[in-house]
Each structure stands twice: as structure tokens, then as C-alpha cells.
Unconditional design. Sequence first.
Lengths: 192, 409
Amino acid sequence: MLSPAVTNIAVMLVMMQLSRKIDMEDETNILYIRIAYVSCTVLGFLIYQLVRRKIVATNDLTKLKIVKPKNAMKPNEPEQVEYTTVRDYDLTEIDSAIKSIFTGVAMMGFMHLYMKYTNPLFMQCINPIKSALEHNETKIHLFGNAATGELKRPFKTPSLLDGFMGKPATDAADASKPKIEEISSAEGVKTE
Amino acid sequence: MSALLGPLTSFMETVNSLNANYNALSYEELTAMGFVQRLKLYNWTFEMFSVGIVLFMFITYRIGVSMNLSRADKFFDSIHAVLKNNLGFSRVGLATSDPNGRKMYLDQHLHTWFTTFATGRSSISSVNVQLHLFGRNNPVNLSIDFLIGFFLPSLKFDHLEEYCEVILQPNGVYVGSDEAKVNGNANELLGNFKFTTSIVNKSVMTEVRNKNYFLSLTHVTENDKLPREYAFMSETNQLNDFIYKYAKPTFNEEVLAKVTHLLEFISFTDLPAQKPETEQEWNSKQQPRCVIRCKVPTSKKDLKLVNDVVVAAVEVFDNFTKDLVQKSSTVFITPDMLKKTKATRQQELSKIVKNAKKIAAEKALEDKKEAEKEKRRELKKSGNLEKSDQKMKEKRERRLRNKQRTRMQ
């Protein structure tokens, strides 16, 4: 399966071709594009909010110990260990996704309202919904997938090259990825 | 740049255009008008708008200050009542110039930082209560802080959070009744408080470990005894039961389980919150205490819950001190446990000492380099630099020759 990064590029190329065929000077077209962009963004936001509600309702307080890799710029500093819960980790992930929607809206607002470009608005129509549906948290909490393999916390970020090569995002041997230890509720027995 | 300044320029033009008619009049025409006529002709929209903003700032300032003061009053009223009436502290609050009056709390920084103090009780040397509230007097600043914290969390200041912290210090003295004698070995008994055990809310585990040095040295364990919202952070797993041993049996259900939305951690420790940099600092900053950190309670129910946690911590100190004074056979902290914590701390101390030595060596090297630079500067000033360089060169050459001679032999 193609990685989201690759499909993003494909969607972008298709939208670019489509945008050439639309008259971006026509006020009616601009209105429709604006409506489409706002609706898609709101829908993406609502999907994230739905997932957020599910996370809060699930309230999984399993403890996670995340060992962050050493900073390559500071080799003398020890590895950073973070203690959190599945619930808080999921909420952090979903909040950062919501923040990215706001950032996108701010950038599009600047480009469209101030710089008067309509093309980016059209090209970014699908992305909010696509990102929301492809988000790991959505897969786990909305589509009911098990949090194993690629969906194991902490989530890995697939590189663009891996996406093209069809490699999975997970690579256990990769030392640069954060490691995780889950501890069961009984007397701190490590499950991994 | 002009594109960015465009809106500002057009705004300024709009403001100027408000009084275009007035400004178009000549000096003679203006002087010919009366004062009232001139006032009527002038468009005061911008001035009214400015005064409106100033009034808005003043009103929000007053509202913000009164909100903070009302919260602080509620909080300190409630905690003072518990400290005085339920826990029997003889001096609660701060002394004033009036011999009969006592001040409830001290506040600083535009009513955002509050503190109070209580003392005079068996087992507890003092209670220090701190409360930090948002700067509600400045909503603009508050909203900017919120936006920065939301979009750039790494730039967020720690002190922007609202919290209350209660610090109880034990004194190693236990007096069961009015007639009972005070034990004279209080300082010796305080040696048994040299450990760290805590109950921490799972939602803030990393945050509190980063901010509190004494928690960063502990192991994190979950336990079925605890409500699932909490984890233990203790130096050794054996210490986990300390609080349960000395608190009331209903501590779990009546206190911990109900205060999950407020309590961040309750920790019995003697280590400092800031990491010590030297061995002297390590030794001097050790002070047995119990630290309770909570979100700020506002409702009566929440205030009662926070007070219950304080009461539970006092009970733990009471019962533990009593065990120590009476030399009970069931005393929880054994020399073996203290030995283990001492060994762990010794390792941490050796790391600190090593680090301090490294820093001192680096500083000495820097000082030496600086002294050499200074010496060269002085030589240059006096004109002896070339002579000195020549001497050094001759010295190096002589050494090289000697080395070669030794090799030849």
C-alpha cells in the first residue's frame, strides 16, 4: 500500500491539472472553491474531534515509557525518558493534528485573502479530510484497528523514500526511532 | 515591505480622514469660531475609541484582580480553617503590626503569587502554602501566552500554570497529650526521613519528573492498590507502601480516588526540587518534607478534597513520628531500606561530584588561558612581547635539540 506522503503528491498533481481547467478569476468559481475548502477543513476538524472524544471515553491509562533517542547535536547528554499514558499520548497526537489544521488555515488565509491566490485553496481542499482519515489515531479509534505493527505507539514517521519503495514505516532495528516499554498494571511487570 | 505596511498606512489615512473637514479650515477660520463650536466640529471618534480601550483595560484589570483575590480568599479561608481547627496548629497566617490581628496571606506580582504559613504543632515544624494564579488583570497578555503555549509549547513558561503547593516539614517531635513530655532526640529521628516516596498522577508523570529533582531519581511503578489514575514514584519499591501504612485505611477511597482531577503528586522526600551542582549543595539542601501539588480548587467540594489530602499527609507524619518516638516494632522504615536509598544516592552524588570536578577543571583551564592572554597584552603594552617570544622560541629549540641528543645516545 502506498504511503500517505506518496498519495499526497499524487493528489497534489491531479489537483494541479484540474486547477488549470478552472477559471480562477470567476467570482462564482472562487465562491465554490471557498465553500469546498471551508467544508473540507471543518469536516477534517470534526473527524479529529470525534477521535478525541473516543480517546477520552476509552480513557486507557496504561503506562508508557518512551525512550527518546539521543540528540545527535548533544552526544554527551543521556537518552531522555518520558513517562506517559496511552490516553495522554493519543491526545497529544490528535492535538498536534488539530494544530496542523489551524496552521494550514492560517497559511491559506494569508495566501488567499491577502495575496489573492486561489490555486492553493483549491489544491488543499482534499488534504484535511485525507489526513484526518489516514491518521493513526483515526485508524485505531474510529476504524477499530489494533494498535500493533505500524499502529504501535509511539508511531513511526515513514520517510518519503520508504513510501515509494513500498516499505512499511516500522523498523524495529532502527535505533533512531523512539523505543517504548509498556508496563502492566500488576507490580510493574514489563511486557516488552 | 510596502505590501506589509499597506494596511497600517491605509488605517492611518482613515484616521486622518476623520477630521479632514476640520483640518481643511484655515487658522483664521478656526480662531473665528468659538470654543464650543470648534469642539462640535471636531470628529472625536478616534479619541473616544482610545479612551474606550483605556477604560476597557482598567475595567478588565479590576475584574481580573478581584477574581484572583476572591479565589485566593476562598482557598486560604478553607485551608486556614482546617489547619487551625482540625489539625490544631497554634499559629496560622502571618503576624501583623497589630498584636491581635493576623494576615491571612502575602501576595505579590499583581495578585498572582500568594503564600501563607502555619506552625506550632506536634510532628510538624511548619506548613508553607503557595498559590499561583493566572495574571487575569491583563487579558491581552494572558491570551498571547495561551496562543504561544498552544502553537509553540516549547516556548511556554512553567510559571504560567495555575497551581497550589503545600509543603509540610516534620520536626521529629511527638506529643500525644498536653501532659506528655517532649522527646529530646528529634534531630536523630529526622534521620529516618531520608527517602523519597510519592504518589503521582499519571497525566503529569514526565512533567513533574522534569521539574522536581527528587522525583527524577525515583522508579515509576503501577500498583493494583492505587486508583488507576496514579503511579508510585519511589527510590525503592519497598517504600511504595509507606503512605498506606501510616494514612487512614480509607485514604484510597475517600481521598485519592476522589481527587484525581486535582492532585498532581504527593511526595515524602528530603531531596531538593532543583538539582544540586556540588557536594556542598547536595548536603545543605536536604530537608525532610512532604510536598503536595494540586491544581487550584475553586468549588467547595474541591477545596475540601485538597484539605483532605493535607490532613492525610499530617496523619502520615503523626503516625510515623509516633512509631519512631515510641520505638515501635512495626515501624515501616527500616535501617535496611535507608541503606538501600543511601547506596542509590551515593551513586547520584558521585555523578554530581564528577560533573562538578569537570566544570571546575574547564573553568581553571579557561582562567589559565585568560591569564596568559592578559600577560601577553601587558607585554605588548610594555614593548617586551618580541623579547618574550624570542626567549620562548629559543627555549623550544633548546628542548628540541636536547630531545634529539637523547635519542642519538
